[in-house]
Design a protein around this ligand. Structure first.
Ligand SMILES: CC(C)(COP(=O)(O)OP(=O)(O)OC[C@H]1O[C@@H](n2cnc3c(N)ncnc32)[C@H](O)[C@@H]1OP(=O)(O)O)[C@@H](O)C(=O)NCCC(=O)NCCS
Length: 177
């Protein structure tokens, strides 16, 4: 029996406090993991993360949050869609592989592929937007590998880790339109 949305290396599964909350706290408070995240420079408390998990238990159809697990069931990250605009069928995507020791092995790319399939084929969305700190080579590589193309750039959008950084704006369009 399948559980969640499966790719070649990972599965996107619903968030569960018992399985995923401690890792969220660990990863979003780890400066290595958050070095290129648009968020993540403020301490994340257990209470705030519990509240976030609780909010995902009251689905409002405005966002979808998945945990990323390997096919063997090991929790390795998070992947989601937010700001879902049902009128225009557009959403904003975001990813984190929290296990830095597993970076560069294709897990992020596989999770983004599964997410885009889910967004287009299951939810019927038409376009995904990703905004990325342009210096985030891994994220740019992952998104490009999945088919996102850069459509814009905001110079000096972010103050991040001691320097002004550009924001890259990328889009992925559904082949079905
Ligand atoms: C960005 C992230 C999700 C990518 O996941 P990943 O599993 O490491 O990515 P993948 O192994 O699928 O590699 C994706 C691409 O990154 C690039 N890449 C891999 N290793 C790299 C490295 N050491 N330096 C630069 N780019 C690299 C490659 O271009 C690869 O694409 P390819 O398959 O065409 O070669 C993950 O590294 C991460 O969570 N980083 C911290 C949080 C973050 O930056 N999230 C994204 C915010 S927008």
């Amino acid at each position: 029996m399948a559980y969640g949305w499966e790719g070649e290396a990972v599965r996107l599964v619903p968030l569960e406090r018992g399985a995923h909350l401690d890792n969220a706290l660990r990863w979003f408070n780890d400066p290595e993991i958050t070095a290129w995240l648009e968020t993540g420079d403020w301490p994340l408390t257990r209470g705030a993360e519990e509240e976030f998990f609780r909010s995902t238990e009251r689905p409002d159809k405005g966002s979808v949050h998945f945990a990323v697990e390997t096919l063997a069931g090991e929790h390795v990250g998070f992947s989601g869609l937010r700001s879902i605009d049902w009128q225009s069928r557009v959403a904003v995507s975001g990813s984190v592989i929290g296990r830095a020791d597993l970076w560069g092995r294709g897990l992020g790319t596989d999770s983004a592929r599964v997410r885009s399939r889910y967004a287009f084929e299951v939810l019927g969305l038409r376009m995904l937007i990703a905004t990325v700190i342009a210096d985030n080579a891994r994220s740019m590589g992952m998104l490009t590998a999945v088919g996102y193309r850069q459509v814009g750039r905001v110079p000096g959008r972010y103050w991040k880790r001691g320097a002004w950084r550009d924001q890259a704006i990328l889009v992925l369009e559904s082949p079905a339109g």
